[in-house]
Design a binder for this molecule. Structure first.
Ligand SMILES: Cc1cc2nc3c(=O)[nH]c(=O)nc-3n(C[C@H](O)[C@H](O)[C@H](O)COP(=O)(O)OP(=O)(O)OC[C@H]3O[C@@H](n4cnc5c(N)ncnc54)[C@H](O)[C@@H]3O)c2cc1C
Length: 413
């Protein structure tokens, strides 16, 4: 079968590799170098214990205070509000307790299967050097604030029987000596693994894809030619290419391409920044989320990567690096060995549906189109699993889980 995958982030590249592994002739379309978009700049956490839905009442209650804090983890560009309103309204509705519980179950059904797909990728693409089982630390100075902040997550971890430990100060500082001695409490999500370079990870999958005869073509898809209930060809600026199967995996830009096929999807960008901070002897070993600070620090590509929370704005709006720059002194208070020198700044676009679940599966009314986008904060974690699921659907195999919660024609709230 001749397949075209549109978009070569971690999700599309994983789809391409799993399809090529099944013996299909696969073309991967992306004008940018594979993996170099949002998939390159994340925190590298294979977050297989993220069991809290993004849309939940506790976050809604906390949002106004977060918005008022210029150093907080949440920002909104007010000019974008009118366009964002339909997404926001659905987000609020999705936070209803019954709906949030259903979303959490659907999320956990994915994260429970994510490791197995990574294991296959790591082994067959030879990526073991890049991945370590470090767990993920969420730390705080103030024990009361810590208890309040983790109560909901702890309840969810217990409910889903996901492993974690609460560390006392001495245990924490022995595990992560780079932390300031005032940091006294930690939740350690022990099952998470960490990728030392998300870009190298996707590139490694690309190399294995090409070794199987797959081809990356640096072209932008501009639309599709339909023939009845099928996509006959993908159109690019250079002409069109026929396909038996098309996988749409263009991250947040999947929205425009899907709209061309009559599929209206509430897909928005939860923008996130990173700063690469010079390490200079600061030996951070684990990804660390500062509960009081509201950002994550992770050892990546020889530096410490500070990744921010969410900025809601148009995907096209220019970056505003003043926000992440303001966070550097806080990062230095958390890791006293950090010199605070910024080596690189970056902005990425987390593709998000209002209920926080990705779209995975066959497109409604288009028989040979598979949809694979909307992985929000978990695209690195869920990319390989998504590739495995798409290959199963292409081959007519049972993907091993019910895909109804991830359907493109669900209510999203
Ligand atoms: C600051 C930050 C920290 C994060 N931390 C983590 C983490 O620790 N763990 C985790 O699991 N996730 C994390 N994420 C989320 C994760 O990075 C994303 O969910 C993931 O990268 C999305 O992957 P993707 O392949 O869907 O999209 P992308 O990486 O955006 O790839 C989409 C590709 O489609 C291409 N494209 C767009 N339009 C077209 C077109 N018309 N034709 C052809 N190609 C097109 C683009 O060029 C791009 O290469 C983080 C995200 C951010 C921003």
């Amino acid at each position: 079968m001749k397949a075209i995958v549109v978009g070569a982030g971690i999700v599309g590249t994983s789809c391409a590799w799993f399809l090529a592994r099944d013996g299909h002739e696969v073309l991967l379309l992306d004008p940018r170098e594979p993996g170099s978009g949002t998939s390159s700049g994340n925190a590298g956490v294979l977050s297989v214990e993220s069991c809290l839905p993004l849309a939940r009442l506790s976050l809604l209650r906390a949002a106004p205070a977060m918005l008022l804090d210029p150093e907080g983890p949440f920002r909104l560009r007010w000019r974008y509000l009118p366009r964002l309103l339909p997404w926001l309204l659905r987000y609020v509705l999705a936070a209803r307790p019954a709906r949030a519980r259903a979303v959490a179950e659907a999320l956990v059904a994915l994260i429970r299967r994510a490791d197995e797909a990574h294991d296959r990728v790591i082994e067959e693409c030879g990526l073991g050097e890049l991945v370590r089982t470090t767990g993920w630390l969420k730390v705080a100075r103030d024990p009361n604030r810590f208890e309040r902040a983790i109560a909901e997550e702890r309840e969810a971890l217990d409910r889903f029987a996901l492993p974690y430990r609460i560390l006392a100060r001495e245990e924490l500082l022995a595990l992560e000596p780079a932390l300031a001695p005032e940091v006294r409490c930690a939740l350690w999500l022990t099952a998470d693994r960490h990728v030392a370079s998300p870009l190298a990870y996707t590139r490694g999958i690309l190399r294995a894809f090409e070794a199987r005869g797959g081809r990356w073509l640096p072209r932008r898809a501009t639309g599709f030619r339909r023939q009845g209930r099928r996509v006959a060809a993908v159109i690019t600026e250079e002409g069109e290419t026929a396909a038996d199967l098309v996988v749409l995996a263009a991250g947040v830009f999947s929205r425009g391409l899907a709209a061309g096929l009559g599929l209206s999807l509430p897909l928005e960008a939860e923008r996130g920044y990173h700063l690469m901070l010079a390490r200079n002897g600061c030996a951070l070993a684990h990804p660390v989320y500062g509960i009081e600070e509201g950002f994550l620090l992770a050892p990546i590509e020889g530096a410490v990567r500070l990744t921010t929370g969410v900025e809601l704005a148009s995907p096209e709006a220019p970056p505003d690096y003043r926000w992440p720059r303001r966070l550097v002194p806080k990062a230095q208070r958390l890791l006293p060995g950090l010199p605070g020198r910024i080596e690189r700044e970056w902005l990425g676009l987390r593709p998000s549906l209002p209920d926080g679940l990705p779209v995975l599966g066959r497109a409604p009314h288009v028989d040979n189109l598979l949809l694979a986008f909307g992985h929000q904060h978990l695209g690195l974690t869920l990319g390989p699993l998504t590739g495995r699921i798409m290959a199963d659907l292409a081959a007519g195999r049972d993907p091993g889980l019910d895909l109804t919660p991830y359907a493109a024609d669900r209510r999203f709230c």
